[in-house]
Ligand binder design. Structure first.
Ligand SMILES: Nc1ncnc2c1ncn2[C@@H]1O[C@H](COP(=O)(O)OP(=O)(O)OP(=O)(O)O)[C@@H](O)[C@H]1O
Ligand SMILES: [Mg+2]
Length: 260
């Protein structure tokens, strides 16, 4: 039987192993640098996206919104003008109602694009407004709990929480047929916890998730949520089953360099 080429050559073997360990450590370090760079890039793309949304929201509010207000002011006096025939006055009133509705929709759209409330009054106020707005249009009731003081963790983090809750509640409105939803955003030690639960029809989770955990079938909402949360070093968990409602949970580390 022939001897292994390495037998009796322990120093050479050790040197080879050492070289392999060093190469592996270098690869891991490169990988860590690469994923940190990816995280920074993705977060700056999200900052730019939020800035763009802020600009579009302002244009909508100040441009289209002001123009509809001006039209409203022109038509309103006609609706109850004593000399206008009844049929014409009724038409004018209908136009007033349509304008008022268009104005309301424009304002809601502008706020959903970038809620000024989040910048001016903080996360709790913005979440309460979001809950009210989506619950009213989706026909379900919602309770919102949000700890004070989370705004100190920075706009990037509060924007992430807002967008995550926005997508979860949009899913409740679109898919759940729920009567009630609960949103809780709380700080537990060095962790931020987000819960969005509903009592709707639920869904089969396994068939909709791939190995990496990102949602596939359906749409991109759940995958987007997961990406946002992971960019802050956090993790997500969905539990649901047909007829049993849906619970979404996210856990995000606080007090780190990434999320002060
Ligand atoms: N709260 C929920 N109740 C019932 N089903 C849900 C709920 N949330 C998600 N789902 C199911 O999971 C699927 C995937 O959701 P996801 O948000 O990823 O996509 P989508 O809402 O269909 O589309 P998109 O968010 O891209 O507009 C949905 O199509 C729906 O079947
Ligand atoms: Mg969705």
């Amino acid at each position: 039987m022939s001897e292994s080429p390495l037998a009796g050559d322990t120093p050479a073997l050790r040197a080879q192993l050492e070289a392999l360990r060093e190469a592996q450590a270098r690869l891991f370090a490169d990988l860590a640098r690469g994923s940190e760079r990816y995280r920074q890039l993705a977060r700056s793309v999200m900052r730019m996206q939020e800035e763009e949304r802020r600009r579009i929201a302002r244009d909508l509010h100040d441009g289209l919104g002001q123009q509809i207000t001006a039209i409203l002011h022109q038509i309103e006096p006609l609706a109850d003008h004593p000399e206008l025939p009844t049929a014409a006055a009724a038409r004018a009133q209908r136009a007033v109602d349509l304008c008022a509705r268009a104005l309301q929709d424009t304002r809601t759209l502008a706020r959903l694009l970038r809620p000024k409330l989040l910048d001016d009054l903080g996360l709790a106020a913005a979440l309460r407004w979001l809950g009210r707005t989506l619950a009213d249009s989706g026909g379900f009731a919602v309770d919102i709990e949000c700890d004070d003081g989370l705004d100190a963790a920075g706009t990037e983090l509060t924007t992430m929480v807002f967008r995550v809750v926005q997508e979860c509640l949009a899913n409740v409105a679109r898919h759940a047929g729920a009567t009630h939803a609960l949103v809780a955003v709380v700080r537990r030690g060095h962790e931020l916890q987000i819960l969005v639960a509903d009592d709707g029809r639920g869904f089969e989770i396994d068939g909709r998730r791939d190995e990496g955990g990102a949602a596939r079938a359906g749409g991109s909402g759940m995958g987007g949520i997961e990406e946002r949360v992971q960019l802050f070093g956090g993790r997500c968990q969905w539990s649901s089953a047909p007829g049993e409602g849906t619970q979404f949970r996210a856990y995000v580390p606080l007090g780190s360099e990434r999320n002060p």
